[in-house]
Design a protein around this ligand. Structure first.
Ligand SMILES: [Fe+2]
Length: 174
């Protein structure tokens, strides 16, 4: 059985701020919203994919923003380098901070939503490299510059290879 992750539902407090953030930064659209069981709490479904009713949902039942949730982060894959840049521009436009980290196999931005939930957006590089790996990268680079930088930075690490040359069964690793 190969499971496909479908969606994440977060408990939130301020639906207006949250909808605005996920719309502005990622281009999510509300697909449905309403009260669970007719009386609450409210749930808001959002998606960027016409074939997926919701990729993320928000249940408006969080009371306490003082303490972070137990969730470490939610990660979104985009298909092009330019889309990572677009998210960066959207964050810059809001004045939101982000941490650009490269894992060798991915160029990522990490940032928080307005309620402190940690998010990642990433673009797959053409390489596989043993994990975990983290290096800061400069998101002002062009795609060509970034991929050259990734190759130079990770080429001497264990397992570094083109993804197509290393079709390993990660789940069977010992
Ligand atoms: Fe991640």
């Amino acid at each position: 059985m190969k499971l496909e992750i479908s969606h994440t539902i977060l408990n939130i407090k301020d639906s207006k701020e949250i909808i605005k953030f996920y719309s502005e930064v990622f281009g999510f659209k509300v697909s449905d919203q309403g009260l669970i069981g007719g009386s609450g709490p409210e749930i808001i479904f959002m998606s960027t994919d016409p074939d997926e009713h919701h990729q993320i949902g928000f249940s408006v039942q969080r009371q306490d923003l003082e303490h972070s949730t137990q969730l470490n982060h939610i990660s979104f894959r985009v298909r092009t380098f330019e889309e990572v840049k677009k998210v960066k521009q959207n964050l810059d436009a809001r004045g939101s901070e982000y941490l650009p980290l490269c894992h060798g196999n991915a160029l990522s931005l990490y940032f928080n939503d307005p309620e402190g939930n940690a998010l990642e957006v990433f673009f797959d590089t053409p390489w596989h490299v043993i994990q975990p790996q983290t290096e800061l990268w400069d998101p002002n680079m062009t795609e060509e510059e970034a991929l050259n930088w990734v190759e130079q930075t990770f080429k001497d690490k264990e397992d570094f290879s083109k993804v197509e040359d290393s079709e390993k069964e990660f789940v069977n690793r010992t």
